[in-house]
Design a protein around this ligand. Structure first.
Ligand code: ADP
Ligand code: GLC
Length: 480
């Protein structure tokens, strides 16, 4: 099949979270299976500076219609591996920036223009016959209107640009909601600016368009596919999701075992596998050394790697500060985002610098070292569409402590509930419930044989993208 993916992130060209890992691994897996993959990304500064892009060919110049303006852009293309081409949609004014969505404090004011431009440039490429697509697969709000424009362009020009469109919701909490006047920039017919179109409480909602107009809608875990049909998790779009209840499927993300694999990982100081965990002990010692924590083999290390947002349940960790201060444990946190959370975490570390380490950087190597060197990984999310770190943890022999929501509930089994199959510990998304799970972690850690058996079960799980990619292949075939 000729498959086009459109997303705002792809590892290693731009990454703020799991979307980047998921897009990268899915596209690689599909390319490996012999499909012809074209991925469209915004031409961010980091993407253009990446060594893979150094020999990028300047494919063409485009003009994109937005309201009454025509904005020009460049398309550059390179091929990081067989069957996979990456197209960067470049326009300095929009994408020559360090951060993709905002400056840390606030989102950029021109985000609607930036991503409308991005998607319309993709439509132009298809319209000009620069590439053919059986399936156009769009990710999250930044690419959500593409299915709408594709159908509209086909109606206007009487040609088929894509046989089928797929829209994947990685996180329904980010919908791309903009003032109503933004609608003019889409050049879509006015009837789409209504309640059964993009209109959303007198604004416009891009994700709503993707959910309504794509041929198929997917999300990143079976449980989240159900959750987003309820007011508790639907973030206001539950009604819209319900209208697609028959077409929405939850396909679990996988783990890219070329990148997240302790047997080959070049970002950690020693390699290891389930049969020989000596390397994990080296990683553990290195983690303590690098973070300046005192070492004591008998006390467990808890790791956290997360975007600091409400979603990740960081407040539940903070509300348990006395646990980390009074118990004989170590805590290593890597996360950036909310200024308040960054500050509160730094204060916590300052209160016990021998036991608690906090870094608020984006640090790919450190994220691997934490996965490898910790004994437990804490991820008590309020909601979690899929979550990758709890899977990485199991692969790295680090026991996840997670809340029972979304993809976390689909990928972790509580060892106290199910001693024969358990791979981690689960709680409800609350500080008190997390506290109980942390206490249970101490008990589990003290029982070495039970801890080791739980670890082995986690490491034996198959989270590879083979399974996930096969699910998408079936979906594409089915829709065609
Ligand atoms: P989400 O996409 O909601 O952030 P996921 O669990 O799907 O959650 O993916 C998070 C990804 O981002 C993981 O690869 C994780 O290691 C990475 N990550 C999060 N924060 C940081 C950070 N400060 N430095 C490096 N990697 C990070
Ligand atoms: C989103 C979700 C996360 C998911 C990732 C990749 O960022 O928050 O749960 O794993 O997308 O699909």
């Amino acid at each position: 099949m000729k498959i086009v993916h459109v997303a705002s992130e792809m590892f290693p060209y731009m990454k703020t979270g799991g979307l980047a890992d998921a897009v990268s691994a899915l596209c690689s897996a599909l390319a490996e299976n012999g499909h012809e993959l074209s991925v469209f990304l915004p031409g961010y500064r980091a993407a253009l500076e990446h060594p893979d892009a150094s020999g990028a060919e300047r494919k063409m110049r485009l003009k994109v219609e937005m309201a009454n303006d025509f904005l020009s852009g460049d398309v550059r293309v390179f091929s990081p591996r067989k069957n996979l081409k990456v197209y960067l949609i470049c326009r300095e004014e929009f994408f020559d920036r360090r951060q993709p969505y905002g400056n840390g404090e606030r989102d950029y004011e021109d985000n609607s223009d930036r991503f409308i431009f991005f998607c319309k440039a993709v439509v132009e490429m298809l319209r000009l016959g620069e590439l053919q697509a059986d399936v156009v697969h769009c990710h999250d709000w930044q690419a959500a209107l593409l299915p709408v424009w594709l159908r509209e362009a086909e109606r206007r020009h009487g040609v088929t640009l894509a046989l089928k469109t797929i829209f994947t919701i990685h996180n329904i909490a980010y919908q791309g909601v903009f003032p109503s006047k933004t609608f003019a920039r889409t050049n879509l017919p006015d009837e789409l600016n209504q309640m059964d179109g993009l209109e959303y409480y007198s604004q416009i909602n891009l994700m709503k368009g993707g959910i309504m107009f794509a041929d198929r809608v997917t999300t990143v875990s079976p449980r989240y596919a159900k959750e987003i049909q309820t007011p508790e998790f639907g973030c206001g779009l539950e009604g819209v999701v319900q209208t697609r209840a028959d077409d929405i499927v939850g396909l679990l993300n996988g783990v890219d075992n070329a990148v997240w694999n302790p047997a080959v990982d070049s970002l950690i100081p020693a390699r290891y596998s389930a049969v020989n965990l000596a390397g994990k002990a080296v990683c553990r010692a290195e983690l303590l050394k690098r973070t300046g924590l005192s070492s004591d083999a008998k006390s467990p290390i808890f790791g956290v790697v997360a975007r600091l947002t409400e979603q990740k349940g960081i407040d539940f960790v903070l509300e348990n500060r006395d646990f980390f201060l009074t118990q004989d444990v170590r805590l290593v946190v890597l996360g950036s985002g909310s200024r308040r959370m960054e500050e509160e975490l730094r204060e916590l570390a300052a209160a016990a610098p021998q036991k608690i380490s906090v870094s608020t950087k984006l640090d790919e190597a450190m994220s691997h070292l934490i996965e490898a060197g910790s004994d437990f990984f804490i991820m008590p999310s309020v909601f979690e569409p899929c979550g990758l770190n709890q899977m990485y943890s199991q692969v790295y022999g680090t026991l996840p402590v997670v809340s029972r929501v979304g993809g976390l509930a689909d990928t972790v089994v509580d060892v106290d509930d199910d001693p024969a199959h358990g791979t981690g510990l689960m709680c409800e998304p609350s500080a008190l419930s997390l506290r109980h799970a942390l206490q249970r972690a101490l008990v589990l850690f003290a029982d070495r044989p039970r801890y080791a058996a739980t670890q082995q079960r986690g490491m034996a799980k198959d989270f590879s993208w083979k399974v996930a990619a096969a699910g998408y292949e079936r979906l594409y075939q089915d829709s065609l």
